[in-house]
Design a protein around this ligand. Sequence first.
Ligand SMILES: C[S@@+](CC[C@H](N)C(=O)[O-])C[C@H]1O[C@@H](n2cnc3c(N)ncnc32)[C@H](O)[C@@H]1O
Length: 246
Amino acid sequence: MIINILTIFPEMFGSVFSTSILGRARETGLLDIRLTDIRPFSRSKHKNTDDYPFGGGAGMVMMAQPIMDAMASVSAAMPGARRIYLGPRGRKLSTPLARELAAEKELILLCGHYEGVDQRALDACIDEEISIGDYILTGGELAAMVLTDCVARFIPGVLGSEESPEEESFSDGLLEYPQYTRPRELDGRAVPEVLLSGNHALIRSWRRRESLAATARFRPDLLESAALDDSDRKILKELKTCFSES
Ligand SMILES: C[S@@+](CC[C@H](N)C(=O)[O-])C[C@H]1O[C@@H](n2cnc3c(N)ncnc32)[C@H](O)[C@@H]1O
C-alpha cells in the first residue's frame, strides 16, 4: 500500500515510521509511506502556507493554493488514491474503517494545522474527512500517524505470522482478555493457573470469559452490538450476579 502524507511538518514523522512494526513493513515493501511537504508548492514570495481568516478571529488558516497544487502533483502519480483530510468533523476512525482503508492500494492524507484549512481546498480535492476522536489536536500530523499505524496492522503480512489483528480488542466487538508473560509469579502475584495448563480448550474458554468480563466492566456499551452466542449470554448473566453481589 502507498500512503502519501501532505504536511507542512514532514520532520514530525521520522521515528514513528522507521521504528518497530511500521519500520519493518516499510523495509519489506508492504508499506510505502511518502511525505509531501506542502510549503514548496506555495506561490507566495516567502513560501507562506497560512494567512489570517476572513471575517476575523484568532489564529491562522492554511491557504488553499499550496494544498491544491500539492494535491494535484501527488494525485497525478496516484490517480486512484482515496484522498482523506484528517479533521475533527469527520467519520470517526474505528476498526471497521481501518479494515476498509487497508483494502485500498493508495491513500493520500492531508494534515491541517493552526485553525484549520481553507474550505475551498477541502471542497476541491478531498474525498472524505476522518477524525481520530472528539478532541482537538494542534495538527493533523499525529492523526495521520495514528491512522497509518492502525490501518497498517490490517495489511496482510505487516504483523508477524503468529499475530493477528483479529484477536485484538474491538475486532469482534469485545475488549481483549488480560495478557501475562514470565515470570509465573511476581511479588506474590501469580499468573492464572489455567494459562499454564497447556489445555487449549480451557484457555480459549477462560479468555472468552475474561473478554466478556472486561467488556462488561469497562465498556458495557459495546455489548449491545457485539456478536454473542447463548453461552456468552449465560456468562454475562453470571457476571452480572457476581458484580451485583460484590
Ligand atoms: C487546531 S486543529 C483545528 C481545529 C478547528 N479550528 C476546529 O475547531 O474544528 C488543527 C488541525 O488538527 C487536525 N485535527 C485536530 N483535531 C483532530 C481530530 N480529532 N482528528 C483528526 N484531525 C484533527 C486537523 O487537521 C486540523 O486542521
